[in-house]
Design a protein. Structure first.
Length: 150
C-alpha cells in the first residue's frame, strides 16, 4: 500500500506546533477530543484516549514511540484501538511527524507508512488526517478549532 503523506505550512513557530501535537490541551482540541498519553521515551507506549465506543476512556489508537526529538520529530508505530478491530495487534503502521522552520512558519510533514496489505483502517485514515492536520494548523495559528458539523 502507498504511504500517506501530508505537508502543511503553519503560521506559528515549531515550539507552538509541537505543543499542539503532544500536549493534552492541544491533542484534545485537534484530535477529536483525544488526549495523547505517553512518557515519550524511546520504546515507551502511547495511546490516544477519548470519547468513543468504550466511553470516555476509549483507546482510539496506540503503539510504541520510535523517535522523539522535541520541536522537530515524533515517530511511532500505530495500531487501531481494541474496540475497533479484533486483530488490532496485527495491524501496525508507522506515523512520523516532522517539523521544520520555514521562515516565520513551520512546515509540518506527516507520513503514515508500513501499511500491511488490505489494512481495514486505511480509508478512514486517509479521510481523517486532512481534518486533524487542518485543525492543528488552525489551532496553532488562532487558538480555535474548525467546526466539522459533528
Amino acid at each position: 500500500m502507498d504511504d500517506l503523506t501530508y505537508v502543511f505550512y503553519i503560521g506559528a513557530e515549531p515550539e507552538k506546533v509541537w505543543q499542539v501535537l503532544v500536549s493534552p490541551e492541544g491533542t484534545k482540541a485537534t484530535m477529536f477530543g483525544c488526549i495523547l498519553r505517553s512518557t515519550f521515551e524511546i520504546g515507551s507506549s502511547y495511546e490516544y484516549v477519548g470519547p468513543g465506543n468504550d466511553g470516555d476512556e476509549t483507546v482510539h489508537v496506540y503503539g510504541t514511540v520510535l523517535q522523539f526529538e522535541p520541536n522537530r520529530l515524533l515517530s511511532m508505530t500505530e495500531h487501531p484501538g481494541p474496540s475497533y478491530r479484533e486483530n488490532h495487534a496485527e495491524l501496525e503502521t508507522r506515523l512520523t511527524f516532522t517539523l521544520e522552520p520555514a521562515g516565520a512558519c513551520t512546515k509540518l510533514t506527516l507520513v503514515q507508512d508500513r501499511w500491511p496489505e488490505n489494512h481495514p483502517s486505511r480509508a478512514s485514515s486517509e479521510q481523517s488526517w486532512p481534518m486533524m492536520l487542518s485543525n492543528i494548523k488552525t489551532f496553532a495559528e488562532t487558538g480555535k478549532t474548525l467546526d466539522f458539523g459533528w
